[in-house]
Structure formats: C-alpha cells, structure tokens
Design a protein around this ligand. Structure first.
Ligand code: GLA
Length: 331
C-alpha cells in the first residue's frame, strides 16, 4: 500500500493568541500544505528536501530539526496504543516554513494521519488534533494552543471554522462569495521556539493587564467577525481587522515593524481590511478584498512591502489523496 496524505496550512481570520487560554478562533485551511507519500515499513524513514529522519516505529530514537515533530507525534500516538508500524516516505511542501501559516501543525497532522493509516489505528479528527498539539509541546517545547492543528484537520471548503478552544465546540461559517482572502508573507521568518511566544503565554497566565485586555477583546472580535461575515457587513469586518492588528501590536506586542508595514501596504493597495495572522514575531499578514480587486490588491501590496503572496481559498482539511493497494505477486 502506498498512499498520499495531505495536510493544509491555515490563516486565522480572527482570534490570535486566544487558543491557549481556551478562547475563540476563526481559521480557514488554505490550499498550501504538506504532502507525504508513504507506505508501511519497519521503521519511520522520512525524507524532505534531501534531509532524512530515521526513527523506530514508536517514535523513539535520535530526532533533530523537523524530525522532532515526527518523533513527538509517533510517541504521543504510541501512548494511545497505536501499533508500532513504521512508515517510509517523502515529504513535499508548497507551504512556506516559519511564515506564520501553521507549517509545523501541518507537518504534525500529515505525519499523524499517515501513522494512523499504516497501523489501521482509528482516531477521530479532534483526537488527532489534540495529539498533534501535545506533540508540538513535546517535540520543540512550544506551549501552543490547538488552532493550527484543528484548522488543518477540520477545514471545510468555502467556510471558516468557528472553534471554542475551551470546549472544542465548533461550527463552520460560510464566507461571503465576494470576499477574497489574501495572504502576504512578510519574508520575516520566525520560530516560536526562539520567539517571545512562550513568554506571552506566561505573562497572560500571570495576569498581565494588557495581555488580558487583548485576549478579552479578541474573543469578542471573533464573535463580531462571525456576525459580520454572516451579515456580509464588510465595513464592520474592516474595523475588526484594524482593531485586532492594533491590539496584537500594542497590547500583546507580537507584531513587528515589518508586519505593520505590510498591513499599511495592503490598506494602501485597496484591501478592505488587514491584520497580522498567527503567532507573530514575523510571518504573514492576512488581507481581505473584493474578489474583483484581489489580484490588483495583492500586486499593489507586494510592490510596497512583503516577499510573496497568495489569494487563498478556504480549503477542505487534511485528506488521504490516493491509495493504491498493490496486490501480492504484482510487480
Ligand atoms: C501559533 C500557535 C497557535 C496560536 C497562534 C496565535 O500559530 O501555534 O496555537 O497560538 O500562534 O493565535
């Protein structure tokens, strides 16, 4: 059996730095993602860009770099009783790493999906998202929430995922047909292992007033964004995006001058609204525009700031794409 697994990255329409305190988020899965073509094997042997990772089937072994995510997912699954079947395969991605688009979450999800599949180990999507979130902490020590992994697994074409990260209650919100979502990569790379991500979480838990104020207001903005999308109220959406960016910049202090410059560039280029998306300290900006203007807005933004950009659709979540069951005796 050889199968191809695919897991998308995400952009978060609203609700950043709210997930790890059990708040609200509103991500969409995007068409950029990570693909893994693999088959069952004795050990876990994966290759990406010529770099190999070799582990025992239960995830034990010497893991470095991105191999730490792979090992951590396998170890988490082993603790839940996944039979120790290995995996041999090749990873390929069109999702940039460290660009604030959920690349580590997508890697955890694609590996988790493949490890479950080769071992015939049934796990619900939410359970797998929880495994992958724990793997993020176990593998690289980043105390993230469940935003990226949930978006990658639960994404739905044309819709945003409205998720309560405390109760994991969820529903999907239809996006207005005229609304285009633009992602602009600032070119400033981040790694939450080294960024101030963990500090922000610690500060929030210690009751830092401005961090708390951001989270309370951002949760409200998620509800208001859902309302605005459902009413097709674009001026309301524009205001919410600006408030969110200002709050992430001033109260949560996770934006950078570069991200601020990309937001300004997008607005000057005619975007309805723009804000940083994801953990910050570099990464990407999300802008929304009328579908007819989207190409010009993206081009205008990139002429002013930013490294690369995409008009993204809200994509379906992670899938097993092709599966060829090779019959015994066939070449
Ligand atoms: C990163 C984390 C997520 C979330 C966002 C900020 O992407 O992985 O869990 O905290 O930052 O919203």
């Amino acid at each position: 059996m050889t199968a191809t697994f695919w897991a998308p990255g995400r952009v978060n329409l609203m609700g950043d730095h709210t997930d790890y305190s059990g708040g609200l988020v509103l991500p969409v899965a995007i068409h950029l993602g990570i693909e893994l073509t693999a088959r069952p094997a004795e050990r876990i042997s994966l290759v990406s860009d010529g770099e190999a990772v070799e582990l025992s089937a239960d995830g034990s072994g010497d893991a470095r770099g991105w191999g730490r995510y792979v090992a951590a997912v396998a170890l988490e699954l082993a603790e839940l009783g996944r039979p120790a079947v290995g995996l041999e395969g090749v990873l390929a991605a069109d999702l940039p790493r460290g660009a604030g688009l959920g690349s580590s979450g997508a890697l955890e999800v694609v590996v988790g999906l493949a490890l479950c599949c080769v071992a015939d180990f049934d796990l619900g999507q939410v359970e797998l998202a929880q495994v992958c979130r724990r793997a993020e902490q176990r593998g690289v020590g980043v105390p993230s929430g469940i935003l990226d992994q949930a978006a990658s697994l639960l994404g739905c074409a044309g819709k945003a995922l409205f998720l309560d990260c405390g109760t994991l209650e969820r529903r999907w919100v239809e996006l207005p047909r005229r609304l285009a979502i633009l992602v602009v990569d600032s070119g400033e790379r981040h790694s939450h292992e080294a960024s101030g991500y963990s500090d922000r979480r610690t500060e929030l838990e210690a009751g830092h007033p401005r961090r708390l104020r951001h989270v309370a207001a951002e949760n409200e903005r998620v509800r208001d964004t859902v309302d605005a999308l459902e009413r097709n109220d674009l001026p309301a959406l524009a205001a919410l995006f600006l408030e969110s960016h200002a709050s992430l910049r001033d109260d949560y202090e996770v934006s950078t001058p570069k991200l601020d410059a990309v937001v300004t560039a997008a607005l000057e280029a005619g975007a309805i609204g723009a804000r940083m998306t994801g953990g910050g300290f570099g990464g990407s900006v999300l802008a929304v525009a009328d579908r007819d203007d989207a190409g010009a807005v993206l081009q205008g933004t990139l002429e002013r700031a930013g490294a690369q950009g995409w008009i993204v659709g809200a994509s379906a979540g992670a899938v097993i794409r092709r599966r060829t069951d090779s019959r015994r005796g066939r070449a």
